[in-house]
Design a protein around this ligand. Structure first.
Ligand code: XMP
Length: 515
């Protein structure tokens, strides 16, 4: 396994993903983590990330001495290379020519770069790479040789073949560096000798073995929301411990059309998981009566969710463990290890806010996995791909997609309109091209005509965005003909809607949800 030390680059998560795509397990630790933890991880190799900092600052982020005493290969990327140079006795200085964006590297005699070729022919190649740095390496530490040059950096890549230390000034983890994935693969597979057996099948087998070892013959409770993470945990735990898993599915009545029934069909009927469905819609609607402020609505829904879950759990006896769908980005986010963006927002209720008496021992089998890995093992475990690859859905559900006060009849209307939109997106092959798409109910009335009659009904807004990290988003350029079809279907088929609009606001300044 590979350890990645994070110096604060926005690409650190990407390095971890690329390494995992090579079939090799990796974890990210902050650069100043306790040195005993670095040794304790027993890495087969270490990657040092980039950083927005400069090594010539007063007290710059630096490489812990343990990194060089473990005797394993080390790969410094951008700032990581500079920090390595500094730590080992070379020189880094501010460069007159800052390099941002594309650059061409002429590779020299290099273990890391030999034979790589953008064009795929046998000509000695110039490698197209992505640069982003202000400082540059001026002299190499003892033992290193230059293995690549660019127009502005005579020392754009370096190696110490004896100690197996490597450094590149560019970013191999971004796709703009065409051979970047191959470079990382060469480092982790060939140079560090990692096996490349971190595949969905092995991840599942490994996770099952660990859950069995952890919970022994104890009983486990899970709050199943129907979202991807909790669904995969349910399938995984069921595989690991069968009937000793009990799921409580709180149906707050704010789910998508027929979603509650689908959760029951998938888990209870198809997979044979022990699921208790609590139909609590009436209680949620009662609690939401007269509440129109978005944050207040979130509080009401979140608080009541925990109450209902708690009541149900109290009825069950002999439960020792509480399972949670925490995934790796949640873990590093709360540890503060990720200083850049890579901000992933939880897609369902966080059960961490449970009352004191419910604080059971936690089992979190997805803690080390990225979202795409979670999805792959979900499919491996027999969950329907359409469920596993569904767009994210906020914990408060349609409660924040009915603007203002939430009324059951508004939710019902919204469910029908939303279902038409999603159904057509799927039929037109557009669902997987958008990151999140949904309808929003606007409690304002607008005039329309239908047949000979005048209509005075509500408005629905359609929202569809494209995004990688949900921190910024672009509104999806859906075809006009498609929007026309969806609009016609909604107005014709859904009672109470006389007008459909399409949201063309980006994030920022707008958010993805309307509330
Ligand atoms: P915004 O609206 O902030 O949404 O641009 C970003 C992502 O977060 C989801 N979201 C939530 N998820 N509870 C959640 O679990 C919430 O209260 C919540 N609000 C927004 C939203 O659906 C989008 O994917």
């Amino acid at each position: 396994r590979i350890l990645i030390l994070d110096f604060g680059s926005q690409y650190t998560q990407l390095i971890a993903r690329r390494v995992r795509e090579c079939g090799v397990y990796s974890e990210i630790y902050p650069w100043d983590v306790d040195e005993a933890k670095i040794a304790g991880f027993a890495p087969a190799g270490i990657i040092l990330s980039g950083s927005p900092e400069s090594v010539n600052l007063e007290s710059p982020p630096s490489v812990a001495p343990t990194v060089f005493s473990l005797g394993v290969p080390v790969f410094g990327i951008c700032y990581g290379m500079q920090a390595m140079v500094k730590a080992l006795g070379g020189k880094v200085e501010a460069s007159a020519h800052r390099e941002f964006g594309y650059a061409e590297i002429t590779p020299g005699d290099s273990e890391l770069l030999h034979g790589l070729n953008d064009a795929g022919d046998n000509e000695p190649a110039l490698l197209k790479v992505w640069m982003s740095h202000g400082d540059r390496v001026e002299s190499l530490p003892d033992g290193f040789v230059a293995t690549g040059t660019s127009k502005n950096s005579p020392l754009a890549a370096m190696e110490d073949p004896a100690r197996r230390y490597y450094g590149v000034q560019f970013h191999p983890e971004v796709t703009h560096t065409l051979q970047g994935e191959r470079m990382l693969e060469r480092f982790v597979r060939e140079i560090c000798g990692c096996a490349g057996d971190w595949t969905p099948g092995n991840i599942v087998a490994d996770a099952i073995a660990r859950v069995r070892e952890q919970v022994g013959d104890g009983k486990v409770l899970l709050a199943l929301s129907g979202g991807v993470d909790s669904s995969v945990v349910a399938a995984l735990l069921h595989e690991a411990i069968g009937d000793r898993l009990t799921c409580v599915f709180v149906d707050h009545g704010l789910l998508r059309y027929r979603e509650g029934d689908q959760v029951m069909e998938t888990f209870a009927q198809h997979l044979g998981v022990n699921v208790i469905r609590v139909n609590a819609a009436d209680r949620f609607f009662a609690a939401l009566k007269g509440v129109s402020d978005p944050e207040q609505k979130r509080k009401v829904i979140g608080g009541l969710f925990i109450d209902v879950f708690d009541e149900e759990a109290t009825r069950l006896e002999g439960i020792d463990w509480l399972a949670q769908g925490t995934i790796y980005p949640d873990v590093i986010e709360s540890a503060g290890a990720s200083t850049g963006k890579a901000h992933v927002i939880k897609s369902h209720h966080n059960v961490g806010g449970l009352p004191e008496h419910m604080r059971m021992k936690l089992v979190e089998p997805l803690r080390e996995l990225f979202k795409d890995e979670v999805r792959k093992i979900g499919v491996q475990l027999g969950l329907p791909p359409a469920m596993v690859y569904r767009h994210p859905f906020p914990g408060p559900g349609l409660g924040v997609r009915v603007l203002g006060e939430v009324k059951p009849e508004y939710v019902e209307t919204l469910q029908l309109a939303d279902d038409i939109f999603i159904d057509e997106l799927r039929k037109h092959g557009l669902y997987d091209k958008t990151s999140q798409a949904f309808a929003v109910f606007l409690p304002v009335k607008s005039v329309g005509v239908m047949g000979d009659g005048r209509r005075y009904d509500y408005v629905v807004a359609l929202r569809a965005v494209e995004t990688i990290d949900f921190m910024t988003a672009r509104w999806a350029r859906l075809p006009y003909e498609f929007l026309e079809l969806v609009s016609l279907r909604i107005i014709n088929e859904v009672d109470g809607i006389s007008r459909v609009t399409y949201d063309i606001s980006g994030k920022p300044p707008a958010t993805i949800e309307w509330e």
